[in-house]
Design a protein around this ligand. Structure first.
Ligand code: ZN
Length: 151
């Protein structure tokens, strides 16, 4: 198990557009393993590679139904709208209300390099959108209708 240091807002990598993964190498699988460990160690529900200082299009998510891993994720479809509170491991002490699609369909590669599709609603849909935003250098405070100190 390896836990990475999570970088915080103000670190340039969080504002970069992350690079597409050309090939799912053993190093990418190791990155996925370590990102998952890091997410759980930090009590998070999602983590994007830029948050550990790696500018690659890789995310891990666990909205309560076990870990999901996606490489080069793309949102294919969005439906509905929902506003809820969000936080981010890279912005400690802050929450904000963010309006996002209520349901999403996301496509990406799994760790075997096979194209897979994930449908999510509720928290899973929210976390997927939040993590995919990270790959574009977008943070939740950019899209929040208001932000406040977390309790
Ligand atoms: Zn985040």
């Amino acid at each position: 198990m390896a836990v990475y240091k999570i970088v915080e807002i103000g670190t340039p990598v969080l504002r970069e557009k992350a690079l597409e993964v050309k090939e799912v190498t053993p190093n990418i699988k190791k990155l996925l393993d370590n990102m998952r460990d890091t997410m759980y160690a930090a009590d998070g529900v999602g983590l994007a590679a830029p948050q550990i200082g790696v500018s690659k299009r890789v995310i891990v998510v666990d909205a309560g139904d076990g870990p999901l891993e996606l490489i080069n994720p793309v949102i294919l479809e969005k439906q509905g709208e929902e506003t809820d509170a969000e936080g981010c491991l890279s912005i400690p002490g802050v929450n904000g209300d963010v309006t996002r699609a209520a349901q999403v369909r996301v496509q990406g590669l799994n760790r075997e390099g096979i194209m897979t599709e994930i449908k999510g609603e509720g928290l899973l849909a929210r976390v997927l959108q939040h993590e995919i935003d990270h790959l574009e250098g977008v943070l939740f405070v950019d899209v929040a209708s208001k932000t406040y100190k977390s309790k």
